[in-house]
Design a protein around this ligand. Structure first.
Ligand code: ARG
Length: 716
């Protein structure tokens, strides 16, 4: 009797926990107001002030945006040691790799500080503070203002706020809109530019499972890499210099060796990039049928060509590793997103929301006047598609298709300079271009790019309405009888942009005449002309969209005014809280919330592109050489899942337990809920994390870089 009462109680408690869906990417500065109570009920022992404070150090000071938000990282030592995903350091690991130093294949560990490798262009941004400035931004905005005037007033007010906040601080200041321009927040931040690579496991750990396992659970990937933030001797940000010193942060995360259990509280802080949870059913249809379909079609062509090349040699594999991973990641995402949107009937669910909205909006004359036509206006913007299909194809098949055209575009400022008389301008344009050549050509294979040009231009010409076919593609029809291979052959034989030596000899004696008749340069110009036409036509069909979206979201939030709401992700810092648990991916199957090294060994396939493994790891597994990093069950836990609400940009984010200690690094989402950027899925959506003890075991035991672990603060 008593037992069953307790069981019932537990059941009710679990149900209420479940019912408090852990949806939401919340603004850290509002956690005290909106979230801390729920977080406490789920097991969080921290105060809101310990999470986000402008008066003293807090968790937010240890969480940074990597490369302006393309990923997240966390500070884990007093000397600026930084932890992120392997796939967030992939570009740098790849760039430092060569046939002689294959860090992708073998990993890399700086055993001394002097050995840490610099990475020009890589940045780390700390959030200093954030502040709601909506009232100030909208001070001169009135309800009857047309949209152009509104935008101008908003910009003017935002610029003033940014300038005042910046003062003499040296910080970056930016006002960002939230809730489709219904709210505005000021973000004050500081960006460091000397970020050095400290260590990475081999790809067979850091990217174990490769494209096969990407976006999937169960997972056994040790998806981590380490960097260090350096600064000038005075503690300020500085470009790379030998004189720079490790940065001493305001705060760094302690690391728990205790592991996590089912239903434990977790929170993730980081920089989610983009979600579109307020978009309408029509927009979802458009995403499926245009954005995703185009991306899938174009990348399929490109990835097949690159894959063939990568299989030819070690050099080829290193050259194209990063380009391939980048392109295939969102290729697979789009496939999964379309599947998920269909399976979970997201369009139907959106239509229900729209019906409720219309009913609510039509209840009073005031609401009707204000919100009554917002949905229709949004729908109207998505009826014409030609220009939108052209836009997506121009991105995928022209600009970011082959590399040669975007590369030729880098000579545009030189071209401009050559047409003027300013010798210094020419000189600096030449220097700049010359400076980029080694890096570019190290990873460039012109015969691969030639194949991509032929295939993607052909695809573009087949799929895009004739009014958006650039002149140079029309000429392939007339001058090459539609033979795209013949065009590409001639292009690569003639252009100066496909060969480093040829380009260098041009730069020794640059002339605008050469550029004016260069086939890649002229094709690039023709491409840009067409893209201007496309964006002109696009702005005609979408001119009323911004305002309609603003009103729709304002109306929805008014309709749901008793609920806490959170804005779509936009690469600003957010916090999501939840609990650890597995899930039911499909009928009669339960996925446990954690994986172990046993599963890694089971999956391993010697020599396989995705599942190759280091023998040393298997030997250590067999010898149970786990050090202090094993779970209480005696095994190494590799990855785990929680229901934290994350998206791209969160990669590398710290997964933090109720005591504010690091327990994992978020690195992926799961296949069954790939629709989650558009609609949160309470029962299915998982945040896939690498267990911090697997990370430490790899650093300390596998790689023998224990000096790094000694820098950290471990909670045993
Ligand atoms: N899907 C993950 C993300 O977008 C990981 C991507 C890298 N992994 C890969 N196999 N390409 O963050």
């Amino acid at each position: 009797m008593k037992n069953s009462f307790i069981a019932l109680l537990v059941f009710v408690v679990v149900l209420t926990i479940k019912a408090q869906a852990d949806e939401g990417m919340w603004l850290p500065s509002l956690v005290g107001k909106l979230n801390i109570q729920k977080m406490t009920s789920l097991g969080c022992k921290l105060t809101a002030e310990q999470i986000y404070s402008i008066n003293h150090s807090s968790l937010k000071d240890a969480v940074v945006a990597l490369d302006h938000g393309s990923c997240t990282a966390e500070i884990i030592s007093a000397d600026g040691l930084l932890l992120t995903n392997h796939h967030c350091g992939f570009g740098e690991i790849q760039a430092h790799s060569s046939v002689e130093h294959d860090y992708l294949r073998d990993g890399f560990w700086a055993m001394k500080r002097e050995d840490e490798l610099s990475n020009p262009g890589k940045t780390v941004t700390f959030l200093i503070r954030m502040e709601d400035v909506t009232d100030q931004v909208l001070k001169n905005v009135t309800a009857d203002m047309d949209d152009q005037t509104r935008t101008a007033k908003v910009r003017e007010a935002a610029a003033k706020i940014e300038k005042e906040a910046k003062g003499e601080s040296g910080y970056e200041t930016r006002v960002r809109s939230l809730f489709e321009s219904n709210k505005y927040f000021l973000f004050v931040s500081q960006t460091f530019k000397d970020i050095r690579l400290v260590g990475t496991p081999p790809q067979s750990i850091g990217k174990f499972g490769g494209e096969t396992d990407n976006w999937m659970w169960p997972r056994h990937t040790g998806d981590f890499s380490m960097f260090r933030v350096y600064c000038a001797p005075d503690g300020k940000p500085a470009e790379y210099s030998k004189q720079n010193v490790p940065f001493h942060p305001k705060y760094f995360l302690p690391i728990s060796l205790k592991g996590i259990d089912k239903n434990d509280f977790t929170m993730v802080m980081g920089y989610p990039g983009t979600t579109t949870r307020y978009r309408t059913s029509n927009e979802v249809k458009y995403t499926m049928e245009v954005v995703n379909e185009v991306r899938i079609a174009a990348r399929e062509v490109k990835l097949d060509i690159i894959k063939d090349y990568m299989a030819t040699s070690q050099k080829a594999r290193i050259q194209y590793a990063s380009k391939f991973a980048r392109s295939s990641n969102y290729y697979k995402y789009s496939i999964g997103q379309n599947k998920g949107l269909t399976a979970l009937n997201i369009i139907g669910k959106k239509q229900d929301i729209e019906k409720d909205f219309l009913r609510w909006a039509n209840e009073t004359p005031e609401r009707k006047a204000k919100y009554g036509s917002a949905l229709d206006t949004i729908n109207m913007a998505f009826t014409s598609r030609d220009e939108k299909i052209a836009l997506e194809y121009s991105r995928e098949a022209l600009l970011r298709g082959a590399e040669i055209f975007a590369f030729a575009a880098k000579a545009s400022s030189l071209d401009e300079a050559l047409k003027g008389t300013d010798k210094d301008k020419i000189k600096s344009a030449v220097t700049e271009l010359r400076g980029s050549l080694d890096e570019y050509f190290k990873d460039y294979d012109s015969s691969t790019d030639q194949k991509i040009v032929a295939s993607l231009l052909k695809l573009y010409s087949q799929k895009v309405n004739s009014k958006y076919i650039p002149g140079f593609i029309a000429e392939i029809e007339s001058k090459f009888r539609g033979d795209f291979n013949a065009y590409a052959r001639k292009l690569f034989a003639k252009t100066i942009f496909a060969d480093q030596a040829r380009l260098e000899s041009f730069l020794n004696k640059p002339s605008s005449k050469v550029l004016d008749k260069d086939m890649a340069f002229t094709a690039m110009r023709s491409m840009f002309e067409t893209m201007n036409t496309i964006s002109h036509d696009l702005s005609k069909t979408t001119s009323k969209l911004e305002k309609a979206r603003r009103l729709f979201v304002a109306g929805l939030n008014e309709m749901n005014k008793d609920k806490s709401v959170y804005p779509d992700a936009n690469s600003t810092m957010r916090l999501t809280y939840g609990t650890v648990d597995g899930y039911v991916p499909h009928d009669a199957t339960y996925y446990s919330y954690f994986t172990t090294l046993k599963g890694y060994v089971e999956k391993g396939i010697s020599g396989d592109v995705d599942f190759d493994f280091p023998q040393k790891l298997v030997d250590m597994y067999n010898a149970k050489d786990f050090g202090p990093y094993a779970d209480k069950d005696g095994s190494i836990h590799t990855c785990f899942t929680s229901n934290n609400d994350i998206t791209g940009g969160n990669s590398g984010s710290p997964v933090i337990n109720g005591n504010g200690e690091l327990v994992g690094i978020a690195f992926d989402g799961n296949w069954e809920a790939m629709s989650c950027d558009i609609a949160y899925e309470p029962d299915l959506q998982k945040c896939i994390c690498v267990d911090i003890r697997f990370v430490l075991w790899t650093i300390d035991k596998f790689a023998g870089a224990g000096q790094l672990v000694n820098e950290m603060k471990l909670i045993r």
